[in-house]
Design a protein around this ligand. Structure first.
Ligand code: ZN
Length: 149
C-alpha cells in the first residue's frame, strides 16, 4: 500500500516538517522507521511532544527549529527506541527527559502490537507481549532481577 503510506507521510510532514528524511521530499519520513507496535502505542504523542520542544527552543534562541532540527537515525537498539539527532542546546534538559521517557516506554511496550510488554526475547532483545511472543514461538527471558549487569 505505497500510496497510503505516501499520503500518511505527506500529512505527517506537513504537521511535523522535521520528520522529512530529505528536505522537499514528503514521501518518506523518519516516522516510517519506528516499529509498528511503538507507533501504535505512542508514536504520534512522541512527535507531538518533540514539536512542542522545538517550538520552545525557537522561542528561546530565535532559530526556526522546526526546519533546522535534523534527525540522523531512528531505530530499535537493545530493545528500546533510539532517536538520533542534533538537539537544540537551549532545551537540552527537556530534550534529554523526552528522549529518556520514550527509550524507557518503548522498552516496556510490545514492538509488534503496542500492548504492554510481558518480557523480552533473548539474544536479539525486543520487548513483546506474551501473545506476540507465542505467535512466533519465541520464549521471553525472565525479568531482570537487578543483579545483572
Ligand atoms: Zn504484542
Amino acid at each position: 500500500m505505497i500510496s497510503d503510506k505516501t499520503a500518511e507521510n505527506r500529512e505527517l510532514i506537513k504537521e511535523y516538517p522535521f520528520l522529512a528524511v530529505e528536505k522537499g521530499n514528503d514521501r518518506y519520513s523518519w516516522y516510517d522507521d519506528i516499529p509498528e507496535g511503538w507507533k501504535k502505542a505512542f508514536g504520534l504523542q512522541m512527535v507531538k511532544e518533540l514539536k512542542d520542544l522545538l517550538l520552545l527552543a525557537s522561542k528561546r534562541d530565535g532559530v526556526d527549529w522546526l526546519r533546522e532540527y535534523e534527525i540522523t537515525d531512528v531505530k530499535e537498539k537493545y530493545g528500546s527506541l533510539r532517536w538520533y539527532a542534533l538537539e537544540p542546546s537551549c532545551i537540552i534538559d527537556e530534550y534529554e527527559e523526552w528522549e529518556e521517557k520514550y527509550e524507557n516506554l518503548s522498552y516496556e511496550t510490545c514492538i509488534e502490537c503496542g500492548a504492554p510488554a510481558d518480557g523480552h526475547t533473548m539474544g536479539w532483545i525486543v520487548p513483546l507481549c506474551s501473545r506476540c511472543a507465542k505467535k512466533h514461538g519465541w520464549e521471553l527471558a525472565p525479568e531482570k532481577t537487578g543483579n545483572e549487569p
